[in-house]
Design a protein around this ligand. Structure first.
Ligand SMILES: [Zn+2]
Length: 174
């Protein structure tokens, strides 16, 4: 269990359909990402699900909080810990619109999240198989299952339009 990354979309060239449930929870993560977009934050959203229910939802707030660690996943983890009343989240799954960075991937292992489901991959900076796979390090005492590529195109498009709008705002040519 959890020794390989499964991709739900055509990202890996496979055509496995993501489960309806995964699609639906990713939809809420996408709504969170849209809130970030409106707040002029890099549009990434995350939700934590336990026993089929969303117990935490958050979006990137790095600019608002002036805190480089205020990624959607970190904020969602803190909320989920408060909801569960424990730092251990081993019966919880985290959905995030973009592959977690190494900081967030490290935190997800610390809280022992069961499964990480992400939207678009980040081949240049991702910590869930992009540049490295911290979620499944053989030497660590916890490994997460990974499902990548769930509604990945929608997640990527939101990021692309955010950075395009920002370049136009800066007067740069596209
Ligand atoms: Zn992060």
């Amino acid at each position: 269990m959890g020794s390989a990354i499964s991709f739900a979309s055509s990202y890996s060239g496979e055509s496995m359909a993501a489960s309806d449930l995964d699609q639906s929870f990713m939809g809420e993560a996408l709504r969170q990402a849209e809130k970030a977009f409106k707040a002029e934050e890099v549009p990434i959203g995350a939700v934590v699900v336990r026993a089929g229910k969303i117990i935490a939802k958050a979006y990137n707030q790095v600019e608002l909080l002036k805190d480089a660690t205020a990624h959607a996943e970190m904020l969602a983890i803190t909320q989920a810990e408060a909801a569960v009343g424990d730092w251990r989240l081993n019966d919880c799954d985290l959905y995030v619109t973009k592959e977690p960075c190494p900081m967030c991937a490290g935190a997800l292992v610390h809280v022992r999240i069961q499964r990480v489901i992400f939207g678009c991959p980040d081949p240049r900076g991702g910590g869930a198989g992009g540049i490295l796979n911290l979620l499944q390090m053989p030497s660590l005492n916890h490994r997460c299952e990974i499902t990548g590529g769930v509604r990945g195109e929608e997640c990527a498009k939101l990021l692309q339009s955010f950075f395009r709008a920002r370049r136009i705002g800066n007067g740069e040519e596209i």
